[in-house]
Design a protein around this ligand. Sequence first.
Ligand code: NAD
Length: 494
Amino acid sequence: MATTTDTSTTRGPYRQLVGGEWLPGSDGSYEIINPATEEVVAEAPEASTDDVRAAAAAAAEAFPAWSRTDPRERAALLEAAGKRLAERTPELIPLVIAEAGATSSVGSLMQIPVAISRFDRYARGALTDLARPLPPQPIATTPLAPGALMGGVANRVPVGVVACISPYNFPTTNMVGKIAPALAVGCTVVMKPAPQDPLCVIELAKILDEVGFPKGVVNIVTGAKPEVGAALVDDDNVDMVSFTGSTTVGIKIMEAGARTMKRQLQELGGKGACVVCEDADLDKAVSGIASVWGFHTGQICTAPTRVIVHRSRYDELVSRLAEAAKALKVGDPLEADTVVGPVISGVQRDRILGHIENGVKEGAELVVDGRDPGFDKGYWVGPTLLAGCDNAMSPVREEIFGPVVVVVPFDDEDEAIRIANDSDYGLFSYVFSEETPRAFELAKQIRSGRVAINTVQTHHEAPFGGFKLSGVGRDGGDYGLEAYTELQAVIWPA
Ligand code: NAD
């Protein structure tokens, strides 16, 4: 397929920022491939283990001074970063479209603007006092000390050096979701973006350097090999790992980090249960579920991919979903009416195709078949709908991370909850019912970090994170600030 993807914004050669110096990768460089065209977008640095060690050491050296800066200074720098990112948005959107395969609409609405609003949010966050006063407590005389009326405060202090390791789907948004709250509370950071699309994150590091973050406060290392992230997790100078990615890698990081008792925020895979009740408004349900296909080609952890529908609405829902899927334009991400772009790589495409084929072998009905959208170049899977599934089938149990919706019928609400909870994952789930008090009761029974009722919209101040294999810890709003702190108690006689 010939696309019109414009890669002219490439500003190579790309380098890593380590202790205030822009350096090439000591292990050379590797190619970043445009998923729509298979053209080379640019070369990114390949870090050596020594590069990683140097970045973590620089962050550790910068930490004492940065953690003691006036919060107003941190707020001003974060605000300046947001402003500069806004100025550079027109050049960065084509770059993220080229490296991540985002469509124009996802690129222009979600990839960079959300990152800008995160800088603004956490510029304000730097000024939030997170300390919680403790009520005075009378303590009787003991052999330890004379009696006293004790006062105290539960303080929040920055955790230290944070390794920020991010996935490929929303490279800039996700990375800013980590570094903005971490920098706001006084941590220093080493960014390690995903190997597939690190270029916008390197541009982000340039912005942070330009607006005046002190040397060593923000560092970036990149590389195609998993050893780059692994070396960061293993580094004694790193106090915390803020990781977003697959559950498989999250478990490795959890195990490796245990050796040095690293603090961990882990945002992992999802298999969003979407319970569609007997009284659901199917207009809302269909448009919400169709977001699996249209929103970054299903490469999003929070998507309502696992539809659990009351049997009385099953036929209608499946036929309306099929109609919706077939109406979506798959193609050149730069064309304004394209809804479904490519997936990130040939490896990811083949994984998705494997899941679809397993579903068919296990007896699912392939109502919409997106296996071959018909392009010569690029990595493509079109909207796919597998109906008549049961909860034991592998495409229902496993995260697919592509444009595939599975549909499982239920007969009563207890069964719906049982199916929804019979999953390794628990990140973001959904209930569609017009009787909202009942939807609220159902939501509370779903073992999931977030449950949305009658919408697939988000709430940026709400806590975000997973139950079960979907992760550990929470960010979002003030929870994001707390995530990058240690709790410290300071007590005194009142
Ligand atoms: P991935 O786990 O393959 O890679 C994520 C990051 O981990 C990359 O930067 C990678 O280089 C790094 N990495 C790989 N091996 C490592 C190791 N041993 N030690 C340290 N770092 C290592 O994930 P991906 O394919 O980029 O992204 C897709 C996954 O991310 C999906 O499972 C999706 O659900 C998940 N995700 C979760 C959220 C969330 O908020 N819960 C958001 C987006 C994506």
